[in-house]
Design a protein around this ligand. Structure first.
Ligand code: SF4
Ligand code: SF4
Length: 423
């Protein structure tokens, strides 16, 4: 039991600050005294002693020790924190980590300034978000998440596109340095979407071997995988090697659900991180799509967010969210239909293309122009991520035969070439 009366030292800028501020009245009623520590940063006593055991606390009744409900295991306070923030937390599979159902997808902060990114990230913490996802390939996203270093109770995930152990080590060291951390809680092999890639990461001196070594050294907590292909994701799960799986979960890319991979992950105790809940920002309004994703067998849903408005709206949806009712399902169905015929689900079944065109990525760029209305970003993305241009298509038609959604890929690539290759 905790001593009846406590002096609570609250570090300025700590995620618990708003909790204690909001609960000051209630705590003071119980005889607790809330004191705001003007110091800021990880060097404050608050952070240094955040692992104080309850026994030690009991041995020092009345002492002015710091208490953080996110890290001390003071369940009573943690529950209150959750109630106040109204944020639901779920287990991230067998990792045992508890993650907020609304996570923070770090891909989108590439396109905002460092100051805007910091404001957004710290506000997310205040709103109860404790899971942050980034990747080595998201340019400066990791550096922008450096503002989280020194904060307790948060779970940080990053990813590497490396397929061999040496490449993984180089990426991991860069990521740790960019993030300003000594350890990454969840480290995932990024976009393992083809069978050859899965075989490569699993092979001798492959990326998985590198990840295991880093895990033994304490540099990473858990090892996961991300994929854009449901079958390859299922194969990765069957290896039993991965603690987490990051895949798209949204109403448009419903083939993930139909493939049974979510159910398989749940059965195997693999924590699912649901990315692209808004289909890359096109399945709007966001609350409909978030409620769809939250009602699936996932631990956390990580929309990319670029503004405080988007963040506040998503947090509001996540607080006390409910599954879609019949009306909501019908509305979402109409939305999907309106995108339907011409929307690439990124399943990659159309590959390989004999000309070497990375079809899904070319179509994502086309979608960024057409559905998201962001032509400049679409052109930049196209230049950076589509090495063989859409105009190289020889119209053999093989991709269309393989596309389970019957997309007129050749026509779409012509449109992509017309819009994205000018100038
Ligand atoms: S139709 Fe074009 S894009 Fe499709 S497989 Fe053939 S060359 Fe590749
Ligand atoms: S074009 Fe079709 S097969 Fe290829 S990724 Fe898109 S939806 Fe999948």
């Amino acid at each position: 039991m905790l001593p009846r009366s406590r002096r609570l030292l609250v570090a300025y800028g700590h995620p618990c600050e708003s909790f204690f501020t909001d609960f000051r009245g209630l705590l003071e009623e119980k005889g607790d005294e809330v004191v705001r520590n003007p110091e800021r940063g990880p060097q404050t006593p608050y952070h240094r002693s955040d692992r104080l055991s309850s026994e030690r606390r009991e041995a020092n009744p009345g002492n002015s020790f710091p208490v953080c409900p996110l890290v001390t295991g003071d369940l009573d306070a943690r529950e209150k924190s959750r109630m106040e923030l109204r944020m639901e937390f779920r287990k991230l599979g067998r990792t045992g980590l508890e993650v907020s159902v609304l996570g923070f997808g770090g891909i989108s902060i590439q396109s905002i300034s460092p100051q805007e990114a910091e404001n957004l990230i710290l506000r997310a913490v205040e709103l109860g978000v404790n899971f942050f996802d980034t990747a080595r390939s998201y340019t400066d996203s990791e550096r922008k998440m450096r503002c989280l270093s020194g904060k307790s109770g948060l779970i940080l995930a990053s990813k590497t596109l490396a397929r061999d152990a040496d490449g993984l080590r180089r990426d991991l060291e860069t990521s740790l340095s960019e993030l300003g951390r000594e350890r990454i809680d969840v480290y995932q092999l990024h976009n393992v979407s083809r069978r050859e890639e899965l075989e490569k990461v699993l092979s001798r001196n492959g990326a998985l071997e590198g990840a295991r070594k880093a895990q033994e050294e304490g540099l990473v907590g858990f090892v996961g995988v991300s994929s854009h292909n449901a079958q390859v994701a299922a194969d990765a799960l069957r290896t039993g090697e991965f603690d987490t799986l990051q895949i798209p979960v949204n109403a448009v890319e419903s083939h993930y659900e139909e493939s049974g991979v979510l159910e398989m992950a749940s059965r195997l105790g693999v924590g699912v991180i649901a990315m692209k809940p808004l289909g890359g920002g096109v399945i709007l309004p966001a609350p409909l799509s978030l409620r769809y994703a939250l009602s699936r067998q996932v631990a956390t849903v990580i929309p990319g967010m670029r503004s405080l408005r988007e963040l506040e709206e998503n947090a509001e949806t996540a607080r006390g969210w409910r599954p879609l009712d019949q009306g909501g399902k019908e509305e979402l169905g109409r939305l999907v239909e309106s995108l339907g015929g011409r929307f690439c689900r990124r399943c990659q079944y159309c590959l390989p293309c004999p000309e070497g065109i990375y079809i899904p990525q070319a179509l994502i760029c086309l979608g960024t122009w057409k559905w998201r209305g962001e032509p400049e970003r679409a052109v930049l993305l196209y230049r950076r991520t589509v090495p063989v241009p859409a105009s190289a298509c020889s119209e053999c038609g093989a991709c269309e035969e393989r596309c389970p959604y019957g997309l007129p890929v050749r026509e779409m690539l012509k449109e992509a070439a017309f819009l994205l290759e000018r100038g």
